[in-house]
Design a protein around this ligand. Structure first.
Ligand code: MG
Length: 314
């Protein structure tokens, strides 16, 4: 096997090298934004690649730190964008994995205070986890608002309706050392078009970490937990047979490396190959975990490899 992967090591691969890799791996983990789509636009050729992998009997799952929508919405989005074979059980979002963590790992007893969008609350409620109702009147302040008595966890995700009151309440709940402190993900920011950015969950979590003097447990990439969720739901997942494909070195590549998976950077998103090369030449060995094993311009680079495989099988 090692001989077949002589091309491994933070370099662009193409043609026959991609074919060898696609044939060798059984399990493909894709990040979504920047890899599969940009917002509402699919990356050209991505649907063909995903559909072809699934039709060839490969396992394909999607691992996304986006906690804003429930998994059903992902299935609808995949279908809308031409990914015809994607099912609910292939989607591992940080909101879904947070719900599994609360229900199955820590078995939370009591309510969860959520900073996040409706999709995050929906995933928790579907898993049977009660969330504190957001029913403050518009004049409520931290001086006069009600605090729920049985909050056993604070969960922070992306929240585009974040208020000072929510941060203040979360800070109060976190004074109880028994109250868990979780973050769906630690993404610092997200790109928008026109050079603008959105602050990510990581920036909201950082505010609460300072206020509470505590460190949040991160559920999404690069934490290993998402891979544990996948392994618990698909039998016989062997890290050596997996390929993690993503566009961000600090989340996707580190996640793959934390889980013992081969990693591939696609250059359709946040990170550039030069940043990967800088990490590779860094004296700090911890920086080497951000370095992808393989690099492609886009996952559409897989398409010629499928054609070659087909020709060989004819
Ligand atoms: Mg991404």
């Amino acid at each position: 096997m090692a001989g077949a992967f002589a091309f491994k090591g933070c370099q662009k691969i193409r043609g026959a090298q991609i074919r060898v890799l696609l044939e060798a791996k059984d399990f493909f983990l894709f990040d979504c934004d920047g890899v599969i789509w940009h917002g509402e636009n699919a990356i050209t050729g991505a649907a063909k690649v995903v559909n072809a992998l699934i039709r060839r009997g490969k396992n394909v799952v999607f691992v996304t730190n986006n906690s804003t929508r429930p998994r059903e919405n992902y299935v609808n989005k995949f279908t809308r964008l031409g990914f015809t074979d994607v099912m609910l059980d292939q989607i591992f979002s940080s909101s879904y994995c947070s719900a599994l963590y609360l229900r199955d790992v820590v078995k939370v007893r009591g309510q969860v205070f959520v900073i996040g969008c409706e999709g995050l609350r929906r995933e928790l409620l579907e898993a049977g986890i009660p969330c504190v109702e957001e029913d403050d009147d518009p004049d409520a302040t931290i001086y006069n608002c009600a605090l729920a008595p049985d909050v056993k966890a604070v969960l922070v995700g992306h929240d585009d309706k974040l208020t000072f009151l929510k941060l203040a309440k979360a800070s109060c709940y976190l004074r109880d050392p028994e109250c868990l402190f979780l973050a769906t993900d630690n993404d610092p920011w997200h790109p928008l078009s026109g050079g603008r950015i959105l602050p990510g969950s990581g920036s909201l979590t950082a505010a609460l970490e300072v206020a509470s003097g505590r460190k949040a447990t991160v559920i999404g990439k690069p934490s290993r937990f998402m891979f544990e969720c996948i392994s618990s739901q698909f039998s016989g997942v062997d890290p050596a047979q997996c390929l993690m494909v993503g566009d961000r070195l600090e989340t996707d590549m580190l996640f793959g490396s934390n889980c013992g998976l081969d990693t591939m950077l696609t250059l359709t998103g946040v990170s550039q190959i030069e940043e990967a090369q800088e990490y590779r030449s860094s004296d700090l060995t911890t920086n080497h975990s951000y370095v992808p094993d393989y690099v492609v311009d886009t996952i559409a680079d897989f398409l010629p490899a499928f054609e070659e495989i087909e020709e060989q099988n004819d």
